[in-house]
Design a protein around this ligand. Structure first.
Ligand SMILES: Cc1cc2nc3c(=O)[nH]c(=O)nc-3n(C[C@H](O)[C@H](O)[C@H](O)COP(=O)(O)OP(=O)(O)OC[C@H]3O[C@@H](n4cnc5c(N)ncnc54)[C@H](O)[C@@H]3O)c2cc1C
Length: 382
């Protein structure tokens, strides 16, 4: 859509609710630019990580509003501090998730936190190109396919462009999220104007109305969130994603550091909210260096980062009930289709969560008793 010189492409939705480009044949001159820009047709050059870091934002408030380490926020802050512009995601008034431009600090807060749904790129590639040509520092964060689309669109590298791609499970259609939110709104009797999926390593589906929390459920108690995490309903191309591998398309890759401590002990003061940061280019490495006074940064091995994170190795696998979900979706809509296809996973994961919460609580109580005994007696306890 961004590449078309005749503005012949618009975005529409197919019967499965998937966002697809629609070409107006009256306007189309068959120049082929769209197929040469599409990141699924033309794969962008990928590079192996130069290094791997475990990292988080040293500003506790900014860190707490993020999904893992608050690294995206640190990148945006650097851009704003240096007169640059930022591209990130924000829900609009219709709860459509859009990649938009921001050049003020107060605008970038909304970009923080992962939104587990496909974002609409809109004309953000065109806007970013205008900013780049004006010589502004541009920080553009998105999924690997979005960054690949941007690179294919720009056709050349710019010294003033810093891209970061997210390690990505896959994205569902915004239609599914809309139907789910409408279902919840009917139950609650209130309209939602914002959706949140995560705090720091805290996976909860939350709905808000003018800042008031009107719904909050653990990931395994919510049909949409469980369906997302269990790979039930991504776009079909996500299951064959050529970007879900250790070699990456941008300057920096950001994700959760799931495998931390598996190769070498991690003596960190934080157990939660640790991001994996992979510089792929010298520009990316240099940018991390520029942000370093704002970050806790510890070099780890690339193999520890890659081995601990499935989506740095392969695309998500299709759920056994995906075809069933699609069939039911046509007949019954999202809520019933998702619930019937995912209810066993919800039960299983809730049982697992109860067990891990119990073990966590037991460990906490034991630790408290031992510590109290130590304080009273002055003796160590085994
Ligand atoms: C759909 C999706 C799937 C993910 N899957 C994994 C995974 O399997 N493994 C893993 O390690 N990490 C995954 N992540 C990345 C992870 O959730 C964090 O975003 C990442 O660790 C960066 O955290 P942060 O604290 O630096 O940034 P945050 O404060 O979380 O900011 C996130 C940045 O991502 C952008 N963003 C948020 N949602 C979207 C979206 N839907 N599309 C495009 N850009 C978006 C925001 O605009 C912002 O720039 C996923 C993220 C998304 C959006």
């Amino acid at each position: 859509m961004n590449a078309c010189p005749k503005e012949a492409i618009s975005i529409s939705y197919d019967i499965n609710g998937l966002m697809l480009p629609k070409i107006d044949q009256e306007k189309c001159v068959n120049c082929g630019l769209c197929t040469r820009t599409c990141p699924v047709n033309i794969t962008v050059e990928k590079k192996a990580p130069l290094k791997a870091y475990a990292a988080w934002n040293l500003d506790d408030k900014k860190h707490a509003l993020s999904s893992s380490g608050g690294l995206a926020r640190a990148m945006y802050d650097y851009a704003i501090d240096n007169g640059g512009v930022c591209y990130g995601t924000r829900f609009d008034e219709n709860l459509d998730l859009r990649i938009v431009r921001a050049d003020k600090r107060e605008e970038i807060e909304e970009f923080q936190s992962s939104k587990y749904v496909q974002a609409i790129v809109g004309d953000s590639f065109k806007q970013a190109e205008d900013d780049l040509k004006m010589g502004l520092l541009v920080v553009y964060v998105g999924t690997p396919c979005q960054i690949a689309g941007l690179k294919n669109y720009l056709k050349k590298d710019y010294d003033n462009l810093i891209t970061a791609d997210l390690i990505c499970h896959g994205v569902p259609s915004i239609k599914y999220l809309h139907e789910h939110v409408e279902h919840l709104e009917k139950k609650i009797g209130k309209k939602a104007d914002n959706v949140k999926f995560r705090g720091v390593y805290n996976f909860k589906m939350s709905l808000f109305n003018k800042g008031e929390l009107i719904y909050c459920k653990d990931r395994w108690q919510d049909t949409y969130f469980t369906g997302f995490l269990e790979s039930l309903f991504y776009r079909p191309n996500c299951y064959e994603c050529s970007y879900a591998c250790p070699e990456r398309v941008s300057d920096i890759t950001l994700g959760d550091f799931w495998g931390i401590g598996k190769e070498k002990t991690f003596n960190s003061p934080k157990v939660n909210g640790v991001s994996v940061v992979l510089p792929l280019t010298e520009k990316g490495l240099d940018f991390i260096e520029k942000m370093k006074d704002k970050l806790y940064l510890e070099e780890r091995s690339v193999s520890e980062a890659v081995n601990g994170n499935d989506q740095l190795n392969r695309p998500s696998r299709l759920h056994a009930n995906t075809s069933r979900f699609i069939e039911m979706y046509h007949e019954n809509g999202f809520e019933k289709a998702a619930f019937e296809s995912i209810k066993e996973d919800m039960k299983k994961n809730q049982a697992k969560k109860r067990k891990s919460d119990r073990l966590h609580l037991q460990a906490k109580v034991k630790w408290k008793i031992v510590n109290t005994f130590r304080k009273i007696t002055g003796r160590g306890v085994k």
